[in-house]
Design a protein around this ligand. Structure first.
Ligand SMILES: [Zn+2]
Length: 387
């Protein structure tokens, strides 16, 4: 076990090369969690453990720092072929992920397009579609998923056309009754798509969401929104958009993806950003944040000074945060890509306190949000964390 753990080291912040693949099939699944944590010596608990009334404590010194939840994983790509559903579930299981929200994708290239990534083909329009939700539901129905609890997400809504959302929900209800428990990631404003025909949802349209937002409240389904905060030239250019949603629908659970960051906004001072996030969370008790997407680690959390500001914030608001990879399962990606995204997006969790680790990484927030009958284990040696 120790000898194997030496073979695969966690990647350095930069310059990491994919390790040579050799006889991975010979490694027992339970060891993969160990390998993920480099020098840790105990695996991630199984799914059954989370169903125990009194689960054994989680030893952060010996067990992985990667979360047991991936609340943001796209099983469907922007275009081109997808990884098979079962294969992605296998990636999750091998990585120690026991709970995942299964996203389609909120923007898709036209069927038959040769393009697989929208940034490579400006001018090609992208649009939300029901196709991905059907594909995921079919995969979900067929999947053997004893080791991973999956929550299916609707990603078809075009928020500029809210009049079509309820009817789309009706189609999914009819075809796959009871399957879908989450809505998102859907795009409110995503600057990366501006070259592909997307524009910010007109602010005046937001009040027209009322019928489907009522349906989400009734079903206790969260809405996960991609809503860019702004860009490096104007960091709060789009703050009004997320504010308008939260102000209009304060009783809906809204998860703000990537804390509003994006490739277009990576130089915002951590203190200023945290002040905005704090203000939002204080004013809207049903708002939550998602810390997914490795660009946040690579460009923001990687800096120790910035990181310290975010760690204090995550500790203070740890009940309001969800972890995720933002992995996109296009067929040209593999387990090493998933693992790399998981390690990158988890690194910040090495620094948070035990209460925050239990809330964010060990699933407590996720279980509460979805009303799941699971229990996050306490962290070994942690002082009372309000359990
Ligand atoms: Zn995403």
């Amino acid at each position: 076990m120790v000898a194997r753990a030496k073979v695969v080291q966690p990647p350095a912040a930069s310059g990491w090369r994919r390790p040579v693949r050799r006889r991975r099939w010979a490694v027992p699944l339970a060891l993969v969690g160990v390998l993920l944590a480099g020098c840790a010596a105990a695996p991630t608990p199984t799914l059954e453990t989370f169903g125990m009334a009194d689960p054994p404590c989680y030893d952060r010194g010996r067990q992985p720092y990667t979360p047991v939840v991936d609340s943001h994983v796209h099983f469907r790509p922007f275009g081109g072929p997808a990884l098979p559903f079962e294969k992605v579930v296998g990636y999750l299981e091998r990585s120690g992920v026991r709970f995942a929200s299964v996203y389609g994708i909120g923007q898709m290239l036209p069927p038959g397009s040769a393009c697989t990534y929208y940034l490579d083909c400006p001018g090609t329009p992208v649009a939300p579609t029901l196709r991905n939700d059907f594909a995921n539901a079919i995969g979900f129905a067929a999947a053997g998923r004893d080791g991973v609890h999956l929550t299916l997400a609707m990603t078809f809504p075009d928020l500029e056309h809210p009049e079509d959302v309820l009817s789309g929900m009706g189609v999914l209800d009819r075809e796959f009754p009871g399957f879908f428990r989450w809505m998102g990631e859907v795009n409110l404003v995503k600057q990366a798509l501006f070259e592909n025909g997307h524009r910010p949802v007109p602010l005046a349209k937001i009040r027209d969401w009322a019928p489907f937002m009522a349906a989400l409240r009734e079903r206790r389904m969260p809405l996960a929104l991609h809503a860019d905060l702004g860009n490096d030239a104007e960091p709060t250019a789009y703050l009004d958009w997320i504010e308008a949603v939260l102000r209009t629908y304060p009783d809906n659970t809204v998860v703000w993806m990537h804390m509003g960051l994006s490739r277009e906004l990576l130089t915002l001072d951590a203190g200023n950003h945290v002040a905005i996030l704090t203000s939002v969370l204080e004013r809207y008790p049903n708002a939550m944040l998602d810390i997914s997407w490795r660009i946040i680690q690579d460009h923001v959390f990687a800096d120790p000074v910035q990181r310290a500001v975010y760690v204090d914030f995550l500790n203070a608001y740890s009940e309001r945060v969800l972890p995720g990879t933002d992995f996109v399962a296009s067929a040209n990606r593999d387990f090493e890509d998933y693992r790399s995204d998981l390690l990158a997006t988890s690194r910040i969790l090495r620094y948070v306190d035990d209460t925050a680790f239990r809330n964010i990484a060990l699933g407590r927030n996720y279980f509460r949000l979805l009303n799941l009958d699971y229990e996050a284990p306490p962290v070994c040696g942690a002082r009372d964390d309000g359990g």
